[in-house]
Design a protein around this ligand. Structure first.
Ligand code: NDP
Length: 475
Protein backbone atom coordinates (compact mmCIF):
# COMPACT_ATOMS: atom_id res chain seq x y z
CA UNK A 1 0.00 0.00 0.00
CA UNK A 2 1.29 3.43 -0.92
CA UNK A 3 1.21 5.93 1.97
CA UNK A 4 -1.02 9.00 1.42
CA UNK A 5 0.93 12.21 2.01
CA UNK A 6 0.54 15.98 1.90
CA UNK A 7 2.23 17.90 -0.93
CA UNK A 8 5.25 18.25 1.38
CA UNK A 9 5.41 14.48 1.73
CA UNK A 10 4.08 14.40 5.29
CA UNK A 11 2.26 11.07 5.92
CA UNK A 12 -1.50 11.53 6.48
CA UNK A 13 -3.15 9.58 9.30
CA UNK A 14 -6.82 10.24 8.59
CA UNK A 15 -8.31 11.27 5.23
CA UNK A 16 -11.96 10.66 6.30
CA UNK A 17 -12.63 12.83 9.38
CA UNK A 18 -11.87 16.51 10.00
CA UNK A 19 -10.05 17.55 13.15
CA UNK A 20 -12.78 19.06 15.40
CA UNK A 21 -13.10 20.56 18.86
CA UNK A 22 -15.36 17.97 20.40
CA UNK A 23 -17.34 15.30 18.56
CA UNK A 24 -19.89 17.76 17.09
CA UNK A 25 -17.64 20.78 17.31
CA UNK A 26 -16.17 23.19 14.74
CA UNK A 27 -13.17 22.34 12.60
CA UNK A 28 -9.74 23.42 13.79
CA UNK A 29 -7.54 25.54 11.56
CA UNK A 30 -4.60 23.33 12.41
CA UNK A 31 -6.15 20.58 10.26
CA UNK A 32 -3.67 21.60 7.61
CA UNK A 33 -4.35 18.72 5.23
CA UNK A 34 -8.04 19.69 5.05
CA UNK A 35 -7.01 23.25 4.15
CA UNK A 36 -4.51 21.94 1.59
CA UNK A 37 -7.23 19.78 -0.04
CA UNK A 38 -9.72 22.66 -0.27
CA UNK A 39 -7.07 25.09 -1.52
CA UNK A 40 -6.00 22.67 -4.24
CA UNK A 41 -9.59 22.09 -5.28
CA UNK A 42 -9.98 25.83 -5.80
CA UNK A 43 -6.96 25.82 -8.07
CA UNK A 44 -7.79 22.76 -10.19
CA UNK A 45 -8.73 24.77 -13.26
CA UNK A 46 -6.52 26.89 -15.45
CA UNK A 47 -8.07 29.38 -17.89
CA UNK A 48 -9.49 27.49 -20.82
CA UNK A 49 -8.15 28.31 -24.24
CA UNK A 50 -9.89 31.38 -25.72
CA UNK A 51 -10.22 29.36 -28.93
CA UNK A 52 -9.96 25.58 -29.45
CA UNK A 53 -11.02 25.03 -25.81
CA UNK A 54 -12.63 21.61 -26.32
CA UNK A 55 -10.11 19.05 -27.46
CA UNK A 56 -9.05 15.43 -27.64
CA UNK A 57 -5.54 14.16 -28.18
CA UNK A 58 -3.33 11.14 -28.49
CA UNK A 59 0.30 10.16 -28.76
CA UNK A 60 1.70 8.57 -31.89
CA UNK A 61 4.51 8.61 -34.39
CA UNK A 62 5.40 9.86 -37.84
CA UNK A 63 7.17 7.33 -40.06
CA UNK A 64 8.97 8.63 -43.14
CA UNK A 65 8.18 6.64 -46.28
CA UNK A 66 9.66 8.91 -48.98
CA UNK A 67 12.88 10.84 -49.35
CA UNK A 68 12.38 14.63 -49.36
CA UNK A 69 15.92 15.55 -48.26
CA UNK A 70 16.42 17.53 -51.48
CA UNK A 71 14.00 20.09 -49.99
CA UNK A 72 14.81 20.04 -46.28
CA UNK A 73 17.60 19.19 -43.90
CA UNK A 74 15.14 18.72 -41.02
CA UNK A 75 16.22 15.74 -38.96
CA UNK A 76 12.65 14.40 -38.82
CA UNK A 77 12.80 13.79 -42.61
CA UNK A 78 16.46 12.68 -42.70
CA UNK A 79 15.89 9.07 -43.79
CA UNK A 80 13.18 6.75 -44.99
CA UNK A 81 11.97 4.62 -42.11
CA UNK A 82 12.76 7.26 -39.47
CA UNK A 83 10.16 7.43 -36.69
CA UNK A 84 9.45 10.53 -34.62
CA UNK A 85 7.15 10.57 -31.59
CA UNK A 86 4.34 13.11 -31.63
CA UNK A 87 1.28 14.36 -29.81
CA UNK A 88 -1.77 15.38 -31.86
CA UNK A 89 -4.58 17.46 -30.36
CA UNK A 90 -7.87 17.81 -32.21
CA UNK A 91 -10.40 20.41 -31.20
CA UNK A 92 -13.42 22.44 -32.11
CA UNK A 93 -12.78 26.17 -32.31
CA UNK A 94 -15.67 28.17 -30.94
CA UNK A 95 -17.25 26.06 -28.20
CA UNK A 96 -16.09 26.16 -24.60
CA UNK A 97 -14.49 23.23 -22.81
CA UNK A 98 -17.89 21.66 -22.12
CA UNK A 99 -19.27 22.13 -25.64
CA UNK A 100 -20.56 19.17 -27.61
CA UNK A 101 -18.11 17.63 -30.08
CA UNK A 102 -20.63 17.15 -32.90
CA UNK A 103 -20.98 20.83 -33.78
CA UNK A 104 -20.49 22.47 -37.14
CA UNK A 105 -17.11 24.12 -36.76
CA UNK A 106 -13.56 24.01 -38.04
CA UNK A 107 -11.51 21.29 -36.31
CA UNK A 108 -8.05 22.03 -34.91
CA UNK A 109 -5.30 19.60 -35.96
CA UNK A 110 -2.29 20.57 -33.83
CA UNK A 111 0.77 18.35 -33.86
CA UNK A 112 3.86 18.47 -31.66
CA UNK A 113 6.70 16.45 -33.17
CA UNK A 114 9.39 15.62 -30.59
CA UNK A 115 12.39 15.71 -32.96
CA UNK A 116 16.08 15.25 -32.12
CA UNK A 117 16.57 18.98 -32.74
CA UNK A 118 13.76 20.33 -30.61
CA UNK A 119 10.00 20.38 -30.90
CA UNK A 120 8.38 21.15 -34.22
CA UNK A 121 4.76 22.24 -33.80
CA UNK A 122 2.50 22.23 -36.83
CA UNK A 123 -0.63 23.95 -35.56
CA UNK A 124 -3.17 23.31 -38.30
CA UNK A 125 -6.84 22.74 -38.96
CA UNK A 126 -8.99 20.34 -40.97
CA UNK A 127 -9.31 23.07 -43.60
CA UNK A 128 -6.57 24.21 -45.98
CA UNK A 129 -7.53 27.89 -45.61
CA UNK A 130 -8.66 30.36 -42.95
CA UNK A 131 -11.43 32.97 -42.64
CA UNK A 132 -9.17 36.02 -42.63
CA UNK A 133 -5.86 37.07 -44.10
CA UNK A 134 -4.67 39.70 -41.64
CA UNK A 135 -4.10 39.32 -37.88
CA UNK A 136 -5.80 42.68 -37.21
CA UNK A 137 -8.98 40.75 -37.92
CA UNK A 138 -8.34 37.92 -35.51
CA UNK A 139 -9.80 39.22 -32.21
CA UNK A 140 -12.84 40.68 -34.00
CA UNK A 141 -13.49 37.48 -35.92
CA UNK A 142 -13.22 35.32 -32.80
CA UNK A 143 -15.61 37.64 -30.92
CA UNK A 144 -18.23 36.87 -33.58
CA UNK A 145 -17.76 33.14 -32.99
CA UNK A 146 -18.07 33.31 -29.20
CA UNK A 147 -20.97 34.46 -27.03
CA UNK A 148 -22.75 37.76 -27.54
CA UNK A 149 -21.73 40.11 -24.69
CA UNK A 150 -25.37 40.94 -23.87
CA UNK A 151 -27.38 37.79 -24.52
CA UNK A 152 -24.55 35.38 -23.57
CA UNK A 153 -25.66 33.28 -26.56
CA UNK A 154 -23.91 32.49 -29.83
CA UNK A 155 -24.98 35.02 -32.46
CA UNK A 156 -25.68 34.04 -36.08
CA UNK A 157 -26.13 37.72 -36.69
CA UNK A 158 -22.60 38.63 -35.55
CA UNK A 159 -21.07 35.80 -37.60
CA UNK A 160 -22.83 36.73 -40.85
CA UNK A 161 -22.37 40.44 -40.26
CA UNK A 162 -18.62 39.85 -40.09
CA UNK A 163 -18.46 37.37 -42.97
CA UNK A 164 -20.60 39.53 -45.24
CA UNK A 165 -18.09 42.37 -44.77
CA UNK A 166 -15.13 40.10 -45.56
CA UNK A 167 -15.18 38.45 -48.99
CA UNK A 168 -11.89 36.75 -48.01
CA UNK A 169 -13.95 34.51 -45.67
CA UNK A 170 -16.01 33.04 -48.56
CA UNK A 171 -13.59 30.18 -49.18
CA UNK A 172 -13.51 29.00 -45.57
CA UNK A 173 -17.25 29.49 -44.99
CA UNK A 174 -17.99 27.46 -48.13
CA UNK A 175 -15.98 24.61 -46.58
CA UNK A 176 -17.54 25.16 -43.14
CA UNK A 177 -21.11 24.93 -44.46
CA UNK A 178 -20.32 22.08 -46.85
CA UNK A 179 -20.62 18.48 -45.71
CA UNK A 180 -17.01 18.68 -44.45
CA UNK A 181 -17.97 21.27 -41.82
CA UNK A 182 -19.49 18.63 -39.58
CA UNK A 183 -17.18 15.59 -39.35
CA UNK A 184 -18.37 12.33 -37.80
CA UNK A 185 -15.20 12.06 -35.74
CA UNK A 186 -11.63 13.28 -35.52
CA UNK A 187 -10.45 10.10 -37.22
CA UNK A 188 -12.36 11.06 -40.34
CA UNK A 189 -10.88 14.46 -41.12
CA UNK A 190 -7.90 15.60 -43.13
CA UNK A 191 -5.36 17.89 -41.51
CA UNK A 192 -3.68 20.86 -43.15
CA UNK A 193 -0.82 23.09 -42.05
CA UNK A 194 -2.88 25.78 -43.88
CA UNK A 195 -0.13 28.43 -43.82
CA UNK A 196 2.80 28.45 -46.16
CA UNK A 197 6.03 27.44 -44.40
CA UNK A 198 9.68 27.21 -45.45
CA UNK A 199 11.82 24.19 -46.07
CA UNK A 200 15.58 24.77 -46.06
CA UNK A 201 17.88 22.11 -47.48
CA UNK A 202 21.52 21.22 -46.87
CA UNK A 203 22.59 23.76 -49.50
CA UNK A 204 20.73 26.43 -47.52
CA UNK A 205 18.16 26.81 -50.32
CA UNK A 206 14.65 27.82 -49.30
CA UNK A 207 11.44 26.33 -50.68
CA UNK A 208 7.89 27.33 -49.83
CA UNK A 209 5.78 24.49 -48.59
CA UNK A 210 2.28 23.44 -47.57
CA UNK A 211 1.52 20.40 -45.38
CA UNK A 212 -1.38 17.97 -45.88
CA UNK A 213 -2.49 14.97 -43.83
CA UNK A 214 -5.02 12.79 -45.63
CA UNK A 215 -7.05 10.51 -43.42
CA UNK A 216 -6.70 6.79 -44.17
CA UNK A 217 -10.06 6.29 -42.43
CA UNK A 218 -11.81 8.25 -45.20
CA UNK A 219 -13.78 11.48 -44.84
CA UNK A 220 -17.02 10.91 -42.94
CA UNK A 221 -19.49 13.64 -42.20
CA UNK A 222 -22.90 14.19 -40.61
CA UNK A 223 -25.90 16.29 -41.51
CA UNK A 224 -27.14 18.87 -38.99
CA UNK A 225 -30.00 16.51 -38.12
CA UNK A 226 -27.70 13.53 -37.56
CA UNK A 227 -25.44 15.66 -35.38
CA UNK A 228 -28.44 16.86 -33.36
CA UNK A 229 -29.33 13.25 -32.60
CA UNK A 230 -25.72 12.47 -31.61
CA UNK A 231 -25.51 15.48 -29.28
CA UNK A 232 -28.81 14.55 -27.62
CA UNK A 233 -27.15 11.34 -26.44
CA UNK A 234 -23.45 12.13 -26.31
CA UNK A 235 -21.62 15.45 -26.01
CA UNK A 236 -18.24 13.69 -26.16
CA UNK A 237 -18.80 11.76 -29.40
CA UNK A 238 -15.44 12.62 -30.99
CA UNK A 239 -13.49 12.13 -27.75
CA UNK A 240 -15.20 8.76 -27.25
CA UNK A 241 -14.56 7.66 -30.84
CA UNK A 242 -10.86 8.53 -30.72
CA UNK A 243 -10.29 7.12 -27.23
CA UNK A 244 -12.08 3.85 -27.91
CA UNK A 245 -10.48 3.30 -31.32
CA UNK A 246 -7.02 3.63 -29.78
CA UNK A 247 -7.89 1.51 -26.71
CA UNK A 248 -9.10 -1.21 -29.11
CA UNK A 249 -5.85 -1.12 -31.09
CA UNK A 250 -7.60 0.41 -34.09
CA UNK A 251 -4.92 3.05 -34.62
CA UNK A 252 -5.96 5.93 -36.90
CA UNK A 253 -3.51 6.93 -39.63
CA UNK A 254 -2.96 9.84 -41.97
CA UNK A 255 -0.78 10.08 -45.09
CA UNK A 256 1.52 13.06 -44.79
CA UNK A 257 2.02 14.94 -48.05
CA UNK A 258 3.55 18.26 -49.05
CA UNK A 259 3.28 20.80 -51.82
CA UNK A 260 6.47 22.56 -52.86
CA UNK A 261 6.81 25.98 -54.49
CA UNK A 262 10.19 27.35 -55.51
CA UNK A 263 11.06 30.96 -54.79
CA UNK A 264 10.91 31.67 -58.51
CA UNK A 265 7.45 30.12 -58.79
CA UNK A 266 6.35 32.22 -55.82
CA UNK A 267 7.41 35.41 -57.60
CA UNK A 268 5.32 34.48 -60.63
CA UNK A 269 2.35 33.05 -58.74
CA UNK A 270 -0.98 34.64 -59.66
CA UNK A 271 -1.99 34.98 -56.00
CA UNK A 272 0.01 35.94 -52.96
CA UNK A 273 1.43 32.51 -52.08
CA UNK A 274 1.39 33.50 -48.40
CA UNK A 275 -2.31 34.31 -48.27
CA UNK A 276 -3.92 31.81 -45.89
CA UNK A 277 -7.34 32.35 -47.47
CA UNK A 278 -6.07 30.61 -50.63
CA UNK A 279 -4.85 27.12 -51.53
CA UNK A 280 -2.24 26.17 -54.09
CA UNK A 281 -3.90 24.13 -56.83
CA UNK A 282 -2.94 20.47 -56.80
CA UNK A 283 -2.63 20.63 -60.58
CA UNK A 284 0.14 23.23 -60.42
CA UNK A 285 1.68 21.99 -57.17
CA UNK A 286 1.06 18.24 -56.94
CA UNK A 287 1.02 16.48 -53.60
CA UNK A 288 4.31 14.75 -52.76
CA UNK A 289 4.28 11.73 -50.43
CA UNK A 290 6.26 12.03 -47.20
CA UNK A 291 5.14 9.55 -44.58
CA UNK A 292 2.46 8.08 -42.36
CA UNK A 293 1.22 9.57 -39.11
CA UNK A 294 -0.26 7.08 -36.64
CA UNK A 295 -1.95 7.65 -33.28
CA UNK A 296 -1.45 4.69 -30.96
CA UNK A 297 -1.59 5.76 -27.31
CA UNK A 298 -4.19 7.59 -25.29
CA UNK A 299 -3.06 10.14 -22.72
CA UNK A 300 -2.91 8.81 -19.15
CA UNK A 301 -4.03 12.07 -17.64
CA UNK A 302 -6.25 14.41 -19.64
CA UNK A 303 -5.33 17.55 -17.72
CA UNK A 304 -1.57 17.00 -17.60
CA UNK A 305 -1.28 16.08 -21.22
CA UNK A 306 -4.19 17.43 -23.28
CA UNK A 307 -5.14 20.51 -21.28
CA UNK A 308 -1.56 21.61 -20.65
CA UNK A 309 -0.32 20.75 -24.15
CA UNK A 310 0.84 24.04 -25.61
CA UNK A 311 1.39 24.26 -29.34
CA UNK A 312 2.99 27.14 -31.18
CA UNK A 313 3.88 27.74 -34.83
CA UNK A 314 6.98 29.50 -33.46
CA UNK A 315 8.41 26.07 -32.59
CA UNK A 316 10.37 25.36 -35.73
CA UNK A 317 13.45 23.17 -36.18
CA UNK A 318 16.50 23.48 -38.46
CA UNK A 319 15.28 22.85 -42.01
CA UNK A 320 11.74 24.14 -41.35
CA UNK A 321 10.89 27.82 -41.08
CA UNK A 322 8.10 30.35 -41.21
CA UNK A 323 6.99 32.42 -44.20
CA UNK A 324 5.83 36.01 -44.68
CA UNK A 325 2.19 34.89 -44.17
CA UNK A 326 0.80 37.72 -42.01
CA UNK A 327 -1.45 35.40 -40.01
CA UNK A 328 1.40 32.98 -39.34
CA UNK A 329 3.65 35.81 -38.19
CA UNK A 330 1.01 36.88 -35.66
CA UNK A 331 0.29 33.35 -34.49
CA UNK A 332 4.00 32.84 -33.83
CA UNK A 333 3.64 35.58 -31.19
CA UNK A 334 0.12 35.02 -30.00
CA UNK A 335 0.21 31.26 -29.29
CA UNK A 336 3.20 31.21 -26.90
CA UNK A 337 1.83 34.37 -25.31
CA UNK A 338 -1.45 32.54 -24.65
CA UNK A 339 0.43 29.64 -23.04
CA UNK A 340 2.49 31.90 -20.79
CA UNK A 341 -0.77 33.41 -19.54
CA UNK A 342 -2.80 30.20 -19.45
CA UNK A 343 -0.31 27.60 -18.25
CA UNK A 344 2.57 29.71 -16.91
CA UNK A 345 5.89 31.22 -17.90
CA UNK A 346 7.66 27.87 -17.85
CA UNK A 347 4.98 25.85 -19.65
CA UNK A 348 7.64 24.24 -21.82
CA UNK A 349 9.21 22.55 -18.79
CA UNK A 350 6.09 20.40 -18.37
CA UNK A 351 6.57 16.80 -19.58
CA UNK A 352 4.05 17.10 -22.44
CA UNK A 353 5.75 20.22 -23.82
CA UNK A 354 9.38 19.42 -23.02
CA UNK A 355 11.60 18.62 -26.01
CA UNK A 356 13.63 15.39 -26.10
CA UNK A 357 16.91 17.24 -26.40
CA UNK A 358 18.50 19.36 -23.72
CA UNK A 359 17.25 22.95 -23.30
CA UNK A 360 20.08 25.40 -22.71
CA UNK A 361 19.57 29.16 -22.53
CA UNK A 362 19.87 32.05 -20.10
CA UNK A 363 16.22 32.73 -19.30
CA UNK A 364 16.16 33.13 -15.54
CA UNK A 365 13.86 32.58 -12.59
CA UNK A 366 10.12 33.19 -12.89
CA UNK A 367 7.19 31.46 -11.23
CA UNK A 368 7.31 27.66 -11.01
CA UNK A 369 10.79 27.42 -12.48
CA UNK A 370 11.97 23.89 -11.80
CA UNK A 371 14.65 23.82 -14.48
CA UNK A 372 18.32 23.47 -13.73
CA UNK A 373 19.47 25.24 -16.85
CA UNK A 374 22.46 26.85 -15.20
CA UNK A 375 23.53 23.73 -13.36
CA UNK A 376 26.81 23.08 -15.14
CA UNK A 377 28.52 26.42 -14.73
CA UNK A 378 26.23 28.58 -12.62
CA UNK A 379 26.35 31.41 -15.12
CA UNK A 380 23.24 33.30 -16.22
CA UNK A 381 24.57 35.72 -18.83
CA UNK A 382 26.08 35.42 -22.27
CA UNK A 383 28.76 35.78 -23.60
CA UNK A 384 30.68 34.38 -20.63
CA UNK A 385 34.07 32.88 -19.89
CA UNK A 386 32.72 29.80 -18.11
CA UNK A 387 31.68 27.48 -20.92
CA UNK A 388 27.96 28.35 -21.01
CA UNK A 389 25.84 27.46 -24.07
CA UNK A 390 26.59 29.42 -27.25
CA UNK A 391 24.94 30.09 -30.57
CA UNK A 392 26.01 28.25 -33.73
CA UNK A 393 25.67 29.98 -37.08
CA UNK A 394 25.16 26.69 -38.90
CA UNK A 395 21.52 27.17 -37.85
CA UNK A 396 21.16 30.61 -39.49
CA UNK A 397 18.42 30.61 -42.10
CA UNK A 398 19.01 32.01 -45.58
CA UNK A 399 17.78 35.58 -45.97
CA UNK A 400 14.28 36.21 -47.30
CA UNK A 401 14.31 38.88 -49.98
CA UNK A 402 11.63 41.49 -49.34
CA UNK A 403 10.42 44.38 -51.45
CA UNK A 404 8.38 47.49 -50.89
CA UNK A 405 7.80 50.33 -48.48
CA UNK A 406 6.83 49.72 -44.88
CA UNK A 407 3.21 50.79 -44.83
CA UNK A 408 -0.29 49.36 -44.40
CA UNK A 409 -1.30 47.66 -47.64
CA UNK A 410 -4.93 46.93 -48.44
CA UNK A 411 -4.60 43.21 -49.14
CA UNK A 412 -8.13 43.08 -50.57
CA UNK A 413 -7.33 45.38 -53.55
CA UNK A 414 -7.25 43.42 -56.84
CA UNK A 415 -7.51 40.21 -54.84
CA UNK A 416 -9.92 37.65 -56.28
CA UNK A 417 -11.64 36.02 -53.31
CA UNK A 418 -14.27 34.38 -55.53
CA UNK A 419 -12.36 32.03 -57.83
CA UNK A 420 -11.28 29.43 -55.29
CA UNK A 421 -14.68 29.12 -53.56
CA UNK A 422 -16.11 28.84 -57.08
CA UNK A 423 -13.66 26.00 -57.92
CA UNK A 424 -14.69 24.25 -54.72
CA UNK A 425 -18.38 24.80 -55.41
CA UNK A 426 -18.00 23.27 -58.86
CA UNK A 427 -16.31 20.20 -57.32
CA UNK A 428 -19.41 19.47 -55.25
CA UNK A 429 -22.03 16.95 -56.29
CA UNK A 430 -25.67 18.01 -56.57
CA UNK A 431 -26.33 16.55 -53.10
CA UNK A 432 -23.33 18.34 -51.58
CA UNK A 433 -24.48 21.65 -53.07
CA UNK A 434 -27.94 21.10 -51.64
CA UNK A 435 -26.44 20.41 -48.21
CA UNK A 436 -24.34 23.57 -48.52
CA UNK A 437 -27.42 25.69 -49.30
CA UNK A 438 -29.44 24.20 -46.45
CA UNK A 439 -26.60 24.48 -43.92
CA UNK A 440 -26.10 28.14 -44.78
CA UNK A 441 -29.84 28.84 -44.58
CA UNK A 442 -30.04 27.10 -41.18
CA UNK A 443 -27.16 29.20 -39.89
CA UNK A 444 -28.81 32.41 -41.10
CA UNK A 445 -31.79 31.91 -38.83
CA UNK A 446 -32.55 35.16 -36.99
CA UNK A 447 -30.13 37.22 -39.08
CA UNK A 448 -31.50 40.57 -40.26
CA UNK A 449 -32.33 40.83 -43.95
CA UNK A 450 -29.82 43.61 -44.72
CA UNK A 451 -26.93 41.35 -43.62
CA UNK A 452 -28.28 38.41 -45.64
CA UNK A 453 -28.58 40.71 -48.66
CA UNK A 454 -24.92 41.69 -48.35
CA UNK A 455 -23.88 38.04 -48.15
CA UNK A 456 -26.06 37.23 -51.18
CA UNK A 457 -24.11 39.77 -53.22
CA UNK A 458 -20.95 37.82 -52.40
CA UNK A 459 -22.53 34.49 -53.39
CA UNK A 460 -23.63 36.05 -56.70
CA UNK A 461 -19.99 36.80 -57.43
CA UNK A 462 -18.94 33.23 -56.66
CA UNK A 463 -21.69 31.79 -58.82
CA UNK A 464 -25.31 32.73 -59.57
CA UNK A 465 -26.14 29.05 -58.94
CA UNK A 466 -24.70 29.38 -55.41
CA UNK A 467 -26.75 32.50 -54.67
CA UNK A 468 -29.91 31.00 -56.14
CA UNK A 469 -29.48 27.81 -54.11
CA UNK A 470 -29.08 29.67 -50.82
CA UNK A 471 -32.00 31.96 -51.64
CA UNK A 472 -34.27 29.00 -52.31
CA UNK A 473 -33.12 27.24 -49.14
CA UNK A 474 -33.95 30.41 -47.18
CA UNK A 475 -37.44 30.20 -48.64
P1 NDP B 1 -8.40 19.25 -56.85
O1 NDP B 1 -9.59 18.74 -57.61
O2 NDP B 1 -7.06 18.73 -57.19
O3 NDP B 1 -8.61 18.99 -55.29
C1 NDP B 1 -9.81 19.28 -54.69
C2 NDP B 1 -9.62 19.12 -53.22
O4 NDP B 1 -10.83 19.51 -52.60
C3 NDP B 1 -9.33 17.72 -52.74
O5 NDP B 1 -8.17 17.80 -51.93
C4 NDP B 1 -10.53 17.33 -51.90
O6 NDP B 1 -10.15 16.63 -50.77
C5 NDP B 1 -11.04 18.69 -51.49
N1 NDP B 1 -12.44 18.80 -51.18
C6 NDP B 1 -13.50 18.23 -51.75
N2 NDP B 1 -14.63 18.65 -51.16
C7 NDP B 1 -14.27 19.50 -50.20
C8 NDP B 1 -14.98 20.27 -49.26
N3 NDP B 1 -16.29 20.27 -49.18
N4 NDP B 1 -14.27 21.04 -48.41
C9 NDP B 1 -12.93 21.08 -48.49
N5 NDP B 1 -12.20 20.39 -49.36
C10 NDP B 1 -12.88 19.61 -50.21
O7 NDP B 1 -8.50 20.81 -56.96
P2 NDP B 1 -7.54 22.06 -56.78
O8 NDP B 1 -6.27 21.79 -56.09
O9 NDP B 1 -7.43 22.71 -58.10
O10 NDP B 1 -8.45 22.97 -55.87
C11 NDP B 1 -9.81 23.22 -56.19
C12 NDP B 1 -10.51 23.59 -54.94
O11 NDP B 1 -10.43 22.50 -54.05
C13 NDP B 1 -9.85 24.76 -54.21
O12 NDP B 1 -10.34 25.98 -54.62
C14 NDP B 1 -10.16 24.47 -52.78
O13 NDP B 1 -11.39 25.09 -52.43
C15 NDP B 1 -10.35 22.96 -52.71
N6 NDP B 1 -9.22 22.33 -52.02
C16 NDP B 1 -7.96 22.44 -52.53
C17 NDP B 1 -6.90 22.00 -51.81
C18 NDP B 1 -5.52 22.24 -52.28
O14 NDP B 1 -4.59 22.18 -51.46
N7 NDP B 1 -5.31 22.48 -53.57
C19 NDP B 1 -7.08 21.32 -50.50
C20 NDP B 1 -8.45 21.16 -50.12
C21 NDP B 1 -9.45 21.69 -50.85
P3 NDP B 1 -10.00 15.02 -50.74
O15 NDP B 1 -9.01 14.70 -51.82
O16 NDP B 1 -9.50 14.72 -49.40
O17 NDP B 1 -11.37 14.49 -51.02
Amino acid sequence: MKQLTSTAGNPIGDNQNSLTAGENGPVLMQDYYLIEKLAHQNRERIPERAVHAKGSAAHGKLTITHDITQYTKADIFSEVGKETPLFLRFSTVAGEKGAADAERDVRGFAIKFYTQEGNWDLVGNNTPVFFIGDPYKFPDFIHTQKRDPKTNMRSNSAMWDFWSKHPESLHQTTILFSDRGLPTSYRHINGYGSHTYSFINHNNERFWIKFHFKTQQGIKTMTNEEAGAVIAKDRESAQRDLYEAIENGNYPKWDMKIQIMTQEQAQNHADNPFDVTKVWSHKDFPLIDVGVLELNKNPNNYFNEVEQASFSPSNTVPGIGLSPDKMLQARAFSYPDAHRYRVGTHYEMLPINRPLNEVANYHADGAMNFGDIHKENGVNYEPNSFGGPKENHIYDEPAIELHGDATRYDRTLNNDYFKQPRDLFHLMSKEQKQQLFCNIAASMEGVQQSIIDEQMKLYEQVSPEYAKGVKEALG
